[in-house]
Design a protein around this ligand. Sequence first.
Ligand code: SF4
Length: 319
Amino acid sequence: MSQDAKRIQNIRRLKREVYGEYGFFYYVPMAESYTVQVPVTVSCSYRRCLYCDLNQGVTFRELSLEEIGANLERLRLIHEDDARPPRRFLLAGGNPFVLSTDKLLAIAERVHAAFPSCEYIACFARADDVLRKTALELSALRQAGYDRLCIGIESGSDDVLRYQEKGVGRAENAAAMAALDTAGMRYSAYIMLGLGGQEMSAGHVSETASLLNGAHPFELTVVTLVLFKGARLAERVRAHEFKRMSSLETLKEGRKLLSCLTLSTVWNATHKTNLFPIKGKLPEHKELLLRRIDAAIDEMSHGDLKQHELRRWQNWGTE
Ligand code: SF4
């Protein structure tokens, strides 16, 4: 076997050892796709959002500092021959920011020791994970390299958040974003189209717009509600209690939300759950984005949307 082949085989083995516990699928924030992912938690500590099946019933687990250190050494070996040393890091897991400040600081120390090239460490965070930390703690975490957190805001409407059992409301989401602003930590925010269904759509749009217009996310990751078979929301749909929106209706809902936004950010709706993937800067590209969405709505209103949808979802376990 050639040296190159041996090296490739070794890297594959190391990756299996680092990420094996995550199974077939784990979720990385869209804004952080090009990061080195460091396992620190498995699954999400909350796991009660009605629409979510991302954790596939896996129990939440914190990795010990010893395990994290061993994985960092494996990651160092994986990347030791990279043409450019990695600069961006992501703590893997549903909400690693739930970890104690002391543990997050200890993890940051180990990441910097293994990778002196590290410029920042990102991770998913729930609003309550942020709010459990004091201003001093957030500032210390920022100093240690934490930046570009990804918050699952989903909606600015308390009705929607309550219905979907998000566990935090509009006020907590607003306070968490303000606390990150104060600490100088940048953040992206996930927003989910269709989360209020037919009945709460108007409030979902207007209240999400007003929440976001008072915040400073560097990017909005716009996704569309997907009804996973394992999510409890599926039962409510079957019982005709939650009336979900069609994909064309969610595109129109996204258009309405975009039209109400006045903040400076990036509208990133390229996630594959969206009927019409599109991305641009706000406010400079807002009119262009709106025109392109209008054209897509017009075309899809008259085209064969059903065939388009069948092709789009054929590989997903959705209903
Ligand atoms: S916080 Fe995120 S990962 Fe956890 S249950 Fe809710 S949507 Fe799923």
